[in-house]
Design a protein around this ligand. Structure first.
Ligand SMILES: *Cc1c(COP(=O)(O)O)cnc(C)c1O
Length: 262
C-alpha cells in the first residue's frame, strides 16, 4: 500500500537522480529525471516450447512500463525530458520510422510535460504525399496532437544519416507466425520489429545448438513496441484463428422468456 502511494505521487514529477555505481563515472551525469515509467517492470518465468533440459528462461516485461508510454524508450525519455525542461525548451523535435515507438513515446511524454512535439517520420517515396493514416503508433501520436512531417527515406538519407538496412521493420511470414505461436502458447505478445525478431533468433539458435543453452539461465527483455503490430494486420490475418457466426438456434433460451419470438 505504501509503495502504491509513493509511486502514484511520483508519476510525472521531477526527482533527483543518483546513478548506480557502475555508471557513476559518466560525464556529464544527469542530475534529475522525470518519472514517466512504471518501474520496476516485472520478471517472470517464460515457458517457451522445446527449451533444452535445465534451461531457465525469464522474461523482463519492459512492455509493461506504461500504456501510451510503454516500452524501453520511456527509460531514456526520463532523462531527455528532464534535460529539455531544465533548458527551458518549449518544443521537442525528433525523427524516426513511420511506426517509430520512440516518436510515439516522445509525443506522449512531451504532452505530459506541456511541450509541443514535432515528429519527422520516414516513409516510402510513394507514401510521402499521402495522409499517413491512424494505424498503431500514428494513432497515439496524432491523438496527442503531435505535428507530423513526412520525409522519404531517400530524402532523409541525403540530409540525415545513411539509410537503420532494407530489412528494418520488415517481417517475413515466418517471423509473424512465430509471434502468433508464442502468443498462443505463452500468452506473451511480442512486437514485430525488435522482441519478435530477437526471440525468433533465440529460439532458432536454441534449436540448432541446444548444448550451448543447456543449464543456462536466460533473461530476455521484452522492450515493448506492441503498437507496431497494428501495422502488420494484413500480413497476420491469414495466420490467425478462424471465426464464425454464433449459431443462435443451438443456444439455451432465456428463462425469463424475454427475447422469445413466439
Ligand atoms: C527502439 C527499440 C529497441 C531498441 O532499443 P535501443 O535502446 O535503441 O537498442 C528495442 N525494442 C523496441 C520495441 C524499440 O522500440
Amino acid at each position: 500500500m505504501a509503495l502504491t502511494t509513493a509511486s502514484t505521487l511520483e508519476f510525472l514529477s521531477k526527482k533527483p537522480y543518483t546513478p548506480p555505481s557502475w555508471a557513476s563515472h559518466l560525464n556529464p551525469l544527469p542530475s534529475h529525471v522525470f518519472s514517466l515509467a512504471h518501474l520496476p517492470t516485472p520478471i517472470h518465468k517464460w515457458n517457451l516450447p522445446n527449451l533444452p533440459p535445465n534451461t531457465h528462461l525469464y522474461l523482463k516485461r519492459d512492455d509493461l512500463s506504461g500504456m501510451q508510454l510503454s516500452g524501453n524508450k520511456v527509460r531514456k525519455l526520463e532523462f531527455l525530458m528532464a534535460d529539455a525542461v531544465a533548458q527551458g525548451a518549449d518544443c521537442i523535435i525528433t525523427i524516426g520510422g513511420i511506426q517509430s515507438n520512440h516518436c510515439r513515446a516522445t509525443a506522449v511524454a512531451a504532452k505530459y510535460l506541456n511541450l509541443d512535439c514535432y515528429l519527422i517520420l520516414r516513409t516510402s517515396k510513394a507514401l510521402v504525399d499521402q495522409d499517413p493514416g491512424l494505424t498503431g503508433n500514428l494513432l497515439v501520436e496524432r491523438l496527442v496532437g503531435a505535428h507530423v512531417q513526412l520525409i522519404s527515406k531517400e530524402e532523409y538519407a541525403k540530409i540525415g544519416s545513411v539509410a537503420k538496412g532494407l530489412g528494418y521493420a520488415m517481417n517475413t511470414s515466418e517471423e509473424l507466425n512465430f509471434v502468433r505461436e508464442i502468443a498462443a502458447t505463452t500468452g506473451v505478445v511480442l512486437d514485430p520489429v525488435y522482441s519478435g525478431k530477437a526471440a525468433y533468433g533465440l529460439v532458432k539458435d536454441i534449436s540448432e545448438s541446444p548444448k550451448k543453452w543447456e543449464g543456462r539461465k536466460i533473461l530476455f527483455i521484452h522492450t515493448g513496441g506492441l503498437l507496431g503490430l497494428f501495422d502488420k494486420v494484413d500480413q497476420i490475418a491469414p495466420l490467425v484463428g478462424k471465426w464464425h457466426r454464433m449459431d443462435v438456434n443451438e443456444s439455451v433460451p432465456r428463462q425469463d422468456g424475454i427475447g422469445k419470438m413466439f
